[in-house]
Design a protein around this ligand. Structure first.
Ligand code: SF4
Length: 351
């Protein structure tokens, strides 16, 4: 059963650093003031009322939770203890910097009822971390995973492809190093340039060339495919749309439906491989969860495959077909293919 997440944004609070890309207010849409105990309880109750039987999870997003003074961490987590005891809140999740997750931090979080920590990894390349002003090393990520595991906590990772100095090959190495750590899930946020950040100055001066949307999608499809094949869920790709963010992005691969663009590319590429030139009428059946990605935004896959392969596609949702699989019937025959098993990119073999 899908969880209901009650989000609280702690924004930049407590973070002693200034990463070149960071404007937490724009990214989270929150002004950054911390909620008090009453607000936490009221907000959870409001979500609880509409959650029905679904489990409720409280998540503190943004910033670096464990960089806050312990007294503030307690003021945010302690109001949740009676709600967890009463079964009104099932789980609690926080985000933190890798170098702010010692064994002691992890034990403290567990003692306060936290079950999952999302680690802001961004890259596993020390040169890229340095240029991004992260103030930590890739080895800190490995140490954070160890500390969380030893404390019995779940650990997930956030990655940010496209930082200064990054390439697709380097970012894939980062992904692989993170997957070795067996994260519970991943979030992939391609780097976007937000007004007022040091990255915006670098971009304007020409010292940093952000990915275009097409490049971001092209990187994203390789990363998503690799994670899916490894069985690691990617629960988000691209920043969540907020009014503040939409007006703050200066450049980079920002799109409110970034993930759908990426998934659409995977299906386009699979069909392009499968359908011969001049293939004519073809019926494609897929999971209803994949239907809009197979068709593509504004029917772009239908249009492109008509141009590239002469295909006249009819796409139908079929409850008997699992996610990522397509059944294709055309004059060339009947085929059952899967993004996970049958789609291959040249870059996948770059090392
Ligand atoms: S660690 Fe997080 S909150 Fe701190 S500057 Fe970097 S991105 Fe912003």
């Amino acid at each position: 059963m899908r969880r209901v997440t009650v989000p609280f944004f702690v924004s930049h609070a407590g973070c002693p650093h200034r990463c070149v890309f960071c404007d937490q207010r724009a990214i989270s849409g929150s002004a950054g003031s911390l909620p008090d105990a009453d607000e936490i309880v009221r907000t959870v109750s409001a979500y609880r009322e509409t959650a029905g039987n679904r489990p409720v999870e409280v998540a503190f997003f943004g910033g670096s939770f464990t960089s806050l003074p312990r007294s503030i961490q307690e003021s945010l987590l302690n109001p949740l203890a009676p709600l967890m005891a009463a079964g009104e809140v099932e789980s609690v999740r926080v985000s933190a910097r890798p170098d702010a997750l010692s064994a002691d931090d992890a034990l403290f979080l567990r003692g306060c009822g936290v079950q999952m920590v999302e680690i802001g990894v961004q890259s596993m390349d020390d040169g890229i971390l340095r240029r991004a002003g992260r103030g930590h090393f890739a080895s800190d990520v490995e140490g954070a995973f160890r500390a969380l595991r030893s404390a019995g906590l779940g650990a997930a990772a956030q990655l940010m492809p496209g930082l200064p100095g990054d390439t697709l090959a380097v970012t894939r190495k980062s992904l692989r190093r993170v997957m070795v750590l067996e994260p519970a899930f991943l979030r992939i946020y391609p780097t976007v340039v937000i007004s007022g950040t040091p990255l915006a100055a670098l971009s304007r001066s020409g010292e940093y060339a952000p990915l275009s949307l097409d490049e971001g999608v092209a990187w994203g499809k390789v990363l998503l495919l690799e994670a899916l094949r490894a069985g690691v869920p990617v629960i988000r790709m691209g920043l969540q749309e907020t009014d503040v963010l939409a007006s703050s992005v200066e450049a980079g691969p920002y799109h409110p439906a970034f993930r759908q663009l990426v998934e659409g590319e995977l299906f386009h590429d699979l069909l392009r491989e499968l359908l011969p030139v001049g293939s004519g009428a073809a019926t494609v059946r897929c999971s209803s969860a994949d239907l809009s990605s197979v068709i593509g935004q504004r029917r772009c896959n239908i249009v492109r495959l008509a141009r590239e392969r002469g295909a006249e596609l009819t796409v139908i949702a079929d409850a008997g077909i699992p996610r990522w699989r397509l059944h294709v019937e055309s004059a060339a025959g009947s085929h059952s293919v899967s993004v996970l098993a049958d789609l291959h990119y040249e870059q996948e073999n770059d090392d």
